[in-house]
Design a binder for this molecule. Structure first.
Ligand code: ZN
Length: 184
């Protein structure tokens, strides 16, 4: 017997929500693979999970009890979560995702953008929309960092910058790298 409407029961939340939000990905690891592959900046993906952990009796408590714990799982480690369905079977719930990028060569990071799951308020498609808006923002930032720092020798000459001492922005009219910059 519950004394409140079932939609307010936290136990009603499950990872099927994410299976619906991302119909092309059957698992967190697959979603990460897609995010990494389909962004120019090779974005990373982290997920915040929550689950109940049984705390065994010790000097402070006589009986075992269940404690809600929360942790972030990052990129390649997402593989250990299995599929969305595995997570439901294990009683582990994803409560938020986070995307960001580390720009190659300069180790500058974009902002990490957290996308909180609001299962009670949003349809899966809405979560999907917010997720991809966040990912586009990460791409935009990563591109901005890249074009501030990856100018080639000709770009640098155009701006009067000595590449031995500093990095050059990419010159949008550069005839050599054609505004693609160079790998640093
Ligand atoms: Zn150039």
């Amino acid at each position: 017997m519950t004394d409140h409407p079932p939609e307010y029961d936290v136990d009603q939340l499950d990872n099927q929500y994410f299976a619906e939000a991302f119909p092309d990905a059957d698992s967190p690891a697959e979603l990460y693979r897609q995010v990494y592959k389909y962004t120019d900046c090779g974005a990373y993906l982290s997920m915040q999970i929550e689950y109940y952990k049984t705390i065994e009796p010790d000097g402070f408590n006589d009986l075992p009890f269940d404690k809600l714990v929360s942790e972030w799982v990052h990129s390649d480690a997402l593989r250990r979560l299995g599929t969305w369905k595995d997570l439901d079977e294990k009683g582990v719930l994803i409560v938020a995702m986070m995307v960001g990028s580390v720009v190659e060569g300069v180790d500058q990071c974009t902002e990490s953008i957290e996308v909180e799951a609001k299962q009670l308020d949003e349809e899966p498609e809405e979560f999907n929309n917010r997720f991809y808006v966040a990912l586009s923002e990460v791409e935009r930032e990563a591109e901005a960092i890249w074009s501030e720092t990856h100018g080639c020798e000709t770009c640098a000459k155009h701006f009067g910058i000595d590449l031995d001492g500093e990095l050059s922005p990419v010159w949008t009219d550069c005839p050599d790298c054609e505004a693609n910059g160079r790998v640093v």
